[in-house]
Design a protein around this ligand. Structure first.
Ligand code: GLC
Ligand code: CA
Length: 581
């Protein structure tokens, strides 16, 4: 048997540089800050760091708008700092992967500046330019009705050259033209090889299924008749040449034995995902499927929804499908519930109604995650049970372009109608990306120990930092932090079951209970989780050979008295050295 590749057993800790740790008290996290906390990161039991974009950027989308792949954003540090970080990780036996953002660049990237300078510039074709359309009365219109992810048309008119350019995200994020092979080679050299040569171990590949657009550039179907832009995912995700591009990219990555994990939204079938992650197809090692983190989001606009508009059977169904991927072929998957694009998982899937429920449900979600097969991802702050910003925070505390654009759109559309704005705020309080971007809560000191008490952090720290912080949880054996450490250790100790085992869903339709089994060639685990505040009875599946299950871990003390009844957000994992039926 061939050895298991390292990235399958990896436990990845995601760092958002602006919000992790500020070393020079300018209110913005930085690379020296990360270096200073490597002991902490390692103490969690993680094996790999994923660093969100730290490249030079005007920061319209927090560094996902890159103006130079080969330079570091000065407030985060220098190229030397990056080399120190890479080397320091390796010295400790940690691996480090970077974000690879190559669907688009910043409009301030030299490539785009050249491209927009004239229609005959050699780099004109490096981006996606199209002439205007004109309606019968002669009004200028974009080439089609595609809507950008951050609202409004995906096309921006350029006065100088009198054409539109495509931007699937913010106006300042023009899409690169992957059809042009010279562009692709420049991307590989500048964004990939430059960093691989510095020793990085791989990439998290941003929006990886959007490079190949449908060549027709046809209008998207009309979902919202009141709008001149429409959701157009089917026309720019999973396009006809995407797999050809990824194979080409893989030829370079494989020279360095680099790991890849791609973002794969709007792809909802096992076959669709396997097209990216089948080992034989030599494209990506694994992808992030979006189905869990998109539970409860609006279909037209992400924030056109109400809080908790999802049901537990839906979560089970999508996890079942992504677990099944590993048995359906030679593919591999990821396990995650948070990242910098998501609100906090306790606030969404558990409960932040009281400190007790918050801690119990945070631990229960850790049990869910650590029991599932695939490569594990944890987002900074998740390990201490950080939650969403308080409901009373006004829109001025929200900094994300996606949040502010949405709020502004509703304001304009409804002429500032208070009810509509309130509804928008409710959705943002629950789902905005901002919640994951609040400063890391290190201690009860002013500014959560993220930066000096006298500094002004770029985002306001959550009001609850005196209660939820690393320092307080570090020595406390019953803290969320200690529980995550324990769960990660158990995951490693029972890797055959938890990382590689076969998933079997029980309680498929139950609205409050989530139970599943994991089986390896010689043993079984039974995971049972209560997603409600009410007590839930459960049944253990029969273990073969008449042997009973042995309790491995629970998130509440004194389980003995409550046999086969789970209290609010209680979870248990049982083991058997027998196979279960
Ligand atoms: C990805 C990133 C997100 C960013 C977008 C555009 O989804 O995770 O933060 O806004 O791509 O680059
Ligand atoms: Ca700083």
């Amino acid at each position: 048997m061939s050895p298991i590749p390292w990235w399958k057993n990896a436990i990845v800790y995601q760092i958002y540089p602006a919000s992790f740790k500020d070393s020079n008290n300018d209110g913005v996290g930085d690379i020296p800050g990360i270096i200073s906390e490597l002991d902490y990161i390692q103490s969690l039991g993680v094996t790999t760091i994923w660093l969100c974009p730290m490249y030079d950027s005007p920061q319209h989308d927090m560094g996902y708008d890159i103006s130079d792949y080969q330079a570091v954003y000065p407030p985060y540090g220098t190229m030397e700092d990056m080399q120190v970080l890479i080397d320091a990780c390796h010295q400790r036996g940690l691996r480090i992967i970077l974000d690879l953002v190559v669907n688009h660049t910043s409009d301030l990237h030299e490539w785009f500046k050249a491209s927009r300078s004239s229609k005959t510039d050699p780099k004109r074709d490096w981006y996606i330019w199209r002439p205007a359309k004109y309606s019968d009365d002669g009004t200028r219109q974009p080439p089609n009705n595609w809507r950008s992810h951050f609202g409004g048309s995906a096309w921006e008119w350029d006065e100088t050259t009198q054409e539109y350019y495509l931007h699937l995200f913010a106006t300042q994020q023009p899409d690169l033209n992957w059809e042009n092979s010279e562009t692709r080679q420049a991307i590989y050299a500048s964004a990939m090889e430059f960093w691989l040569q510095k020793g990085v171990d791989g990439f998290r590949v941003d929006t990886v299924n959007m490079y190949s657009k449908h060549p027709s550039y046809a209008d998207a179907p009309i979902l919202d008749p009141s709008s001149d832009t429409q959701v157009a995912h089917s026309l720019f995700c999973n396009g006809p040449r995407i797999h050809e591009y990824l194979r080409e990219m893989n030829e370079i990555l494989s020279k360095y034995d680099a790991m890849t994990v791609g973002e794969c939204p709007n792809t909802h079938t096992i076959e669709g995902v396997l097209n990216y992650v089948s080992a034989a197809k030599k494209q990506l090692n694994m992808v992030f499927e979006f189905d869990v983190v998109e539970l409860g989001v609006g279909t037209d606009y992400k924030y056109s929804t109400t809080p908790r508009d999802w049901a537990l059977p839906q979560m089970k169904a999508v996890l079942k499908r992504s677990q099944a991927l590993m048995n359906a072929g030679d593919g591999w998957t990821t396990v995650f519930m948070e990242n910098h694009d998501q609100a906090r998982s306790i606030s969404r899937f558990g409960s932040d109604r009281s400190p007790e429920l918050r801690e119990t449900s945070g631990k229960m979600l850790a049990m869910l995650q650590c029991g599932l097969s695939g490569t594990q991802f944890i987002y900074q702050g998740q390990e201490i049970g950080m939650v969403n910003a308080p409901a009373q925070w006004p829109i001025s505390e929200y900094k994300d372009v996606e949040s502010t654009n949405y709020h502004e759109m509703i304001r304009q559309k409804t002429n500032g109608e208070p009810e509509a704005l309130q509804k928008a705020m409710k959705a943002l309080q629950h789902l905005a990306r901002d919640h994951g971007r609040l400063p890391m809560q290190w201690s009860a000191q002013a500014n959560a120990g993220f930066t000096a008490a006298t500094a002004k952090p770029w985002m306001r720290p959550n009001d609850n930092y005196a209660e939820i912080n690393v320092e307080r949880q570090r020595e406390d054996k019953s803290s969320v932090l200690s529980f995550w450490k324990r769960m990660l250790q158990l995951r490693k100790d029972h890797a055959d079951l938890f990382i590689h085992g076969t998933f079997g869903l029980l309680t498929e339709q139950h609205e409050q209970l989530f139970a599943y089994t994991k089986t390896s060639h010689s043993s079984s685990a039974f995971v049972v989780l209560n997603f409600s505040e009410e007590e839930q009875k459960f049944e253990r599946p029969a273990a073969m050979g008449g042997r009973d299950w042995e309790l491995l871990v629970s998130n509440l003390d004194d389980v003995g008295g409550s046999k086969d009844v789970l209290r609010a957000f209680e979870g248990r994992i049982y083991l058997s050295n027998q196979l279960c039926n």
